[in-house]
Write a protein that binds this ligand. Sequence first.
Ligand SMILES: Nc1ncnc2c1ncn2[C@@H]1O[C@H](COP(=O)(O)OP(=O)(O)OP(=O)(O)O)[C@@H](O)[C@H]1O
Ligand SMILES: [Mg+2]
Length: 206
Amino acid sequence: MIITIAHSKGGVGKSLLSWHLAIGMSVPIIDLDFQKTLVYTNNLRKINGYKSLKIIQPESPQSFVEFMDNWPEDKNIIIDVGGFDSNLNRAALYISDLIITPAVDRVTEMAGLYKFHQILEELSQKMKTHIKANILLNDVNPSAKDFSVIEDLVDNLKHFDLMDTIIAHRADFYRTMEEGKGVTELEKSKAKKEIKQLIKEIKKKG
Ligand SMILES: Nc1ncnc2c1ncn2[C@@H]1O[C@H](COP(=O)(O)OP(=O)(O)OP(=O)(O)O)[C@@H](O)[C@H]1O
Ligand SMILES: [Mg+2]
């Protein structure tokens, strides 16, 4: 299964979630992000003596498509897409089996989601298919209970579904990355529980 973490908006947690998922699921990552956040984190992982992740960085859209064409269907892989619109990122959206779109439940974030939805609509029309993204609430206040802003938006947009899992704002997510670790490698942590829950939901969808 090709799992793509995508949003045309930057800074929503794509790389952070890709990292913790890849470690939790023991799968490779394709890094399409120019900032190479995860290559850097993987170097920290090596320095700290942990077994490094496999990170693939395609040199061109062609080499990306070729690599994906040969990817075995029964093997999982995670794609971390850059926070902008491009042909490469659209190709990733088209070839993936599951798109996960991290989103923050704030009114100010809604314009970005509309824009991403528009991209999915254009791509669906062009490729004569119906592409769906699974909206994942991320970086939410741990005590928040009301997600009606995002629930209403997802209800009204045909290329979006809302995931059951909710990922809160937690220091464990970035502190572990600072030493190249994943939250699933912690002994006990709420962040670990959330990622485990997310992996369960991904497997159910696959
Ligand atoms: N659940 C979370 N808890 C705590 N911090 C978070 C969480 N999600 C994201 N962050 C923080 O938000 C910032 C942006 O995250 P990240 O770099 O993963 O976003 P991105 O979508 O990959 O951005 P870009 O599009 O620029 O690649 C980082 O500092 C990250 O540590
Ligand atoms: Mg990123």
